[in-house]
Design a protein around this ligand. Structure first.
Ligand code: SF4
Length: 266
């Protein structure tokens, strides 16, 4: 039976697409972004973390699995509990991760079930997948939240672990096919937030501006620092600071002046 590796299902999500949504987090990602705020999403395997719980002032510790194999029916049982919220708010389901395209068959089966139940679907993707895989999923997705991080290929390799060629080609391909896309751009001081990278991104988006005219600017935050400790992973950003509100507003204005509709956050 077809199963997918899922590490979380978040209810009442407000920043993963329009309306009130349920976000299904797929485990496993081909990228290794320095600033990843879901490091538990990167491995395709179930991992065990030890969690502290307080009982009458005493500390106890329990091992908790992160990630479990679920069937389409099990995920849909969660999704279908909240159709009333989707209907009233113009919401639906968002597939996020990790990278859902890494489990394309499971993603397709879930998206098809959502379509059968008239539930709006969003795919939050890093875009790193075979073009055939992207094409096979595209018609089941109502809106793509497509992450673009770095335009320079070598810098993309350095900070995200892979080349960005296939990512940019997939973005162009989806735009050429008229898919609805919002580009998500993480603002990482000194890494993605450089004059050269921003000029490169705006140039790229201008070449597709008849299709892509919305950009979400996602400020770096350090709330995932404790997860790197929990998962015993190297945290290359442990001393990094988030961008200031002032910097975020300057960037918002800059993208708006270039003709884009911009939101700070998702
Ligand atoms: S693409 Fe997203 S989930 Fe994957 S490593 Fe980068 S930030 Fe993390």
């Amino acid at each position: 039976m077809l199963k997918g590796m899922i590490f979380d299902i978040k209810r009442y999500a407000l920043h993963d697409g329009p309306g009130i949504r349920q976000t299904v987090f797929f485990k496993g990602c081909p990228l290794r972004c320095w600033w990843c705020h879901n490091p538990e999403s990167q491995s395709t395997k179930t991992e065990i973390i030890t969690r502290e719980i307080k009982l009458d002032g005493d500390s106890c510790y329990e091992d908790v699995p992160v990630g479990r194999l679920m069937t389409v029916d099990e995920v849909m049982a969660e999704v279908l509990k909240e159709t009333v919220f989707y209907d009233e708010s113009g919401g639906g389901v968002t597939f996020s991760g990790g990278e859902p395209l890494l489990q394309a068959e499971f993603l397709k089966a879930l998206a098809a079930e959502c379509r059968r139940n008239n539930i709006h679907t969003v795919l939050d993707t890093c875009g790193y997948a075979n073009p055939e895989t992207v094409d096979s999923v595209a018609d089941l997705i109502d809106l793509f939240l497509f992450d673009i991080k770095l335009i320079d290929e070598e810098r993309h390799r350095e900070y995200a672990g892979v080349s960005n060629r296939i990512i940019l080609a997939n973005l162009r391909r989806l735009a050429a096919n008229g898919k609805k896309i919002i580009v998500r751009f993480p603002i990482i001081p000194g890494i993605t937030d450089t004059d050269e990278n921003i000029a490169g991104l705006i140039g790229l988006l201008h070449s597709m501006s008849s299709i892509i005219n919305e950009v979400d600017l996602l400020p770096y935050h350090s709330i995932a620092n404790h997860k790197y400790l929990q998962f015993e992973m190297e945290n290359k950003m442990k001393d990094a600071q988030p961008p200031s509100d002032e910097r975020m507003n300057i960037l918002k204005e800059h993208f708006e002046q270039n003709g884009f509709s911009v939101k700070i956050g998702g």
